[in-house]
Design a protein around this ligand. Structure first.
Ligand SMILES: NC(=O)c1ccc[n+]([C@@H]2O[C@H](COP(=O)([O-])OP(=O)(O)OC[C@H]3O[C@@H](n4cnc5c(N)ncnc54)[C@H](OP(=O)(O)O)[C@@H]3O)[C@@H](O)[C@H]2O)c1
Length: 343
């Protein structure tokens, strides 16, 4: 297939590029040339800004377009119009496009966020969910039934610039007593390795799939719990002869009382009692599974993140997250209120 990626230089776009090349497809990337400049042999790179330079694609049509960097509805309007003669337009949206997470499971047919008040040029990610919903609407206007929309949950693995999932493998490598939110064994965690997502997106294109798909993991297997994540981090750290790790579960109510910020400060933690969060990790992926989404064992994702090396404390990927000093302070306070907690 002749495939165009809008983006393609980093993380998900790069994973789609790698998978598509492995499968023998012919690739064009369109981006500003900031995130990456060197491309594999045979890849056509067009340098331009999607907001202003889509004329560079005039007269071109592709078997599939993968739009990994659509945030402002006005940009997606321009790109869908410019590429309207292409056979498939695959827009990378997000589960954040859904209106509500108070009920589970979250299905593709659920209502999307209201976006009527979103300024088409709005790139402020404070409005991320409604923006993605508005971008999806732009895809529908031009591509209708031919449109393909992928709504990923948290994307993790090598190359992740957010450090949200990576926080845990990196922290495990440092050893010592590690604070873990105590959500019990039943609370699921969902995320998807960027390499699995990239490979599956290429499969969707090859199969000529249309419509909307949730995309997260684990696929075709039992749910993942916090205990599974901690165990995988502990196992992989042990293989690397890292200092011994002692995970200490700490009650969620205590963390909230101490003002620990869910998700941002303590990555991946969404308080289990919060009804607004309930369905965030209960996203249904049966449609994706039926189209051969597969996800690798968790240990492989953890290992790949560890292989990137632990970034320095002032690295942007660690910014805003629990520091070792704050963790030690919280653990000491926790031990005072929960004397049975392991020392
Ligand atoms: N991370 C998550 O957990 C998560 C979860 C759900 C959904 N998603 C979605 O998944 C996608 C992630 O995509 P990604 O990892 O490939 O990263 P991305 O940051 O969305 O895209 C970056 C790529 O797009 C290019 N780009 C950015 N602005 C551009 C512009 N104005 N014109 C042309 N090219 C531009 C960049 O290259 P240049 O800078 O060189 O132009 C780079 O190649 C996003 O759509 C995101 O909303 C992410």
């Amino acid at each position: 297939m002749k495939i165009l990626i809008l983006g393609g230089g980093v993380f998900l776009g790069a994973a789609v590029l790698d998978s598509a090349l492995d499968r023998g497809h012919e690739l064009t990337v369109f981006n500003r040339g900031r995130a990456r400049s060197g491309w594999p042999t045979g890849v056509e790179a067009i340098t331009g800004d999607r907001a202003t330079d889509l004329g560079l694609l005039a007269g071109r049509k592709f078997d599939a377009v993968v739009d990994t960097c659509g945030y402002a509805p006005a940009d997606v309007r321009k790109s869908t119009q410019a590429l309207r003669d292409s056979a498939i337009y695959c827009f990378i949206s997000s589960i954040s496009a859904y209106k509500s997470f108070t009920h589970a499971p979250v299905r593709e047919t659920d209502r999307l966020a209201d976006y009527e008040t979103i300024d088409p040029s709005d790139r402020d990610l404070a409005h991320y969910g409604p923006q993605k919903a508005a971008c999806e609407a732009e895809v529908r206007v031009v591509f209708g039934e031919r449109g393909l929309v992928v709504r990923p949950g948290l994307i993790v693995g090598p190359g992740d610039r957010s450090g949200r999932f990576s926080h845990w493998p990196w922290r495990a490598l440092e050893g010592g007593e590690m604070l873990v939110p105590d959500l019990g064994d039943d609370e699921p965690l969902q995320f998807i390795d960027v390499r699995d997502l990239g490979a599956w997106i290429v499969r969707l294109l090859e199969r000529g799939e249309r419509g909307a798909f949730n995309a997260t993991g684990p696929a075709n297997g039992p749910p993942c719990s916090w205990a599974d994540l901690v165990a995988a981090c502990q196992d992989e750290a042990a293989k690397r002869a890292a200092p011994e790790l002692q995970p200490t579960p700490v009650a969620e109510s205590f963390l909230l009382d101490q003002g620990v910020e869910p998700w941002s400060e303590l990555p991946l933690w969404l308080p289990s009692e919060d009804a607004e969060n309930h369905a965030h990790s209960r996203v249904e992926i049966q449609r994706a599974e039926r189209t051969r989404l597969t996800t690798r064992p968790l240990g492989q994702t953890v290992a790949a993140v560890m292989d990137e090396g632990v970034p320095a404390a002032d690295d942007a990927r660690r910014g805003g997250k629990l520091t070792r000093a704050r963790e030690a302070e919280l653990l000491a306070l926790w031990r005072a209120v929960a004397p049975d907690a392991p020392a």
